[in-house]
Design a protein around this ligand. Sequence first.
Ligand SMILES: NC(=O)c1ccc[n+]([C@@H]2O[C@H](COP(=O)([O-])OP(=O)(O)OC[C@H]3O[C@@H](n4cnc5c(N)ncnc54)[C@H](O)[C@@H]3O)[C@@H](O)[C@H]2O)c1
Ligand SMILES: C[C@@H](O)[C@H](N)C(=O)O
Length: 343
Amino acid sequence: MQSAVLTEPETFEFEERSRPDPGPTDVLVAVGRVGICGSDVHYYRHGRIGDFVVENPLVLGHESAGEIVAVGADVEDVAVGDRVALEPGVPCFECDACRRGEYNLCPDVRFMATPPVDGAFTEYVAWPAEFAYPLPENVSTQAGALCEPLSVGLHAARRGNVGVGDTVLITGGGPIGMLAMEAARVAGASQIILSDVVPEKLDRARERGADATVDPSQEDLAERVADLTRDDGVDVAIEASGAAAAIRSTTEVVRQGGSVALVGLAGEGEIPLDTHDIINGELDVHGSFRFRNTYPAAIDLLASGDVDVEGIIDFEMPLSEVTAAFERTDDPSLVKGMITVGD
Ligand SMILES: NC(=O)c1ccc[n+]([C@@H]2O[C@H](COP(=O)([O-])OP(=O)(O)OC[C@H]3O[C@@H](n4cnc5c(N)ncnc54)[C@H](O)[C@@H]3O)[C@@H](O)[C@H]2O)c1
Ligand SMILES: C[C@@H](O)[C@H](N)C(=O)O
């Protein structure tokens, strides 16, 4: 099978590898679609994300879906021919985090496209059947692949305790912010404000249902939020930009007793937050790391049509053009690129 392998920064090489053999509890999936995530682009450009360093050739891509072509001897719940979305993080099931049910926090998680675990820019992937979720007929393979960033959004909305009638500010209109918006809406938010510094992202957010948008490079975010909320502040802020200024602003724009979900990763880990705002206002500030128990909900929401993920896709390109596709993601007006593998 053909695999696109990152051999050094900004270099994909195509390698002919043998198809993996599924273990007894695995499925073998013919990959159909793989989204390009910001972390893939970061590994491509820099060869590392923090402590995760690409020391050996690595297959990127962790937003994937495809069709099962073989199953291990002990697999019962899925079958050859099923189209499935692959949840990319497989935890150990033994550590304290796993036992608490917080399997996204498992220190031994094997997460696709995170060194040294290969991802899905390849023709076939063998993956535990438990982490392969069948897609109903009306959910496309593209949408199946985007269950992954949708899951990040769903987890953020859960971590931020978004509830019925809430006003929610989402900072950042990349794929995570756009899909956090979908998640906030289905969690019951009645007013969603999205901020970004790229005008096309703001247009896109309004087209996708944002009630108001703010460009913090052109106007004062806290003032706009005050205007939009009768000086109250938002109930929940979901930070999905990773920009230091946006992270800092979260505690200023949330109402007393409101909550903040921090998703975006800043280049620098330490960002000053106003602890007086947090203490005096009894703000709940939550980290939101990847996701847990979201794929079934994501697929149900896609099948019912309650959320849209396909509308964030700007382009699809074949695996053979993976380098050009990665280069194209530099355009800040684009939200999501996708790789087509196979037919
Ligand atoms: N916590 C997690 O589990 C998790 C998972 C996936 C991604 N992330 C992180 O979430 C963030 C968003 O991911 P993405 O893929 O959507 O990234 P992205 O880079 O595509 O989107 C970020 C958006 O933020 C905008 N932005 C920049 N400065 C801003 C500001 N001051 N105010 C508002 N918006 C601003 C950018 O224009 C861009 O549209 C990244 O930091 C990423 O590393 C975290
Ligand atoms: C969660 C996933 O999308 C993210 N890029 C990560 O590697 O953590």
